[in-house]
Design a protein around this ligand. Sequence first.
Ligand SMILES: [Zn+2]
Length: 57
Amino acid sequence: VKPFRHNCPDWDFMQIGLSDIEAVGCSCYRGIPDADELYELRSKELDELNKRKEETC
Ligand SMILES: [Zn+2]
């Protein structure tokens, strides 16, 4: 189940949920505590991915 699944205008109306990494580029549900929690998790994930990329370079 993908929470907050929607066709995101920030992603050309691609269907994403806040459990997808794409949620970092989405601001549709900002201000909703449950959603903000997921946004934060995704941005941490992205930080981790970027760190790993730097390490392999
Ligand atoms: Zn969105």
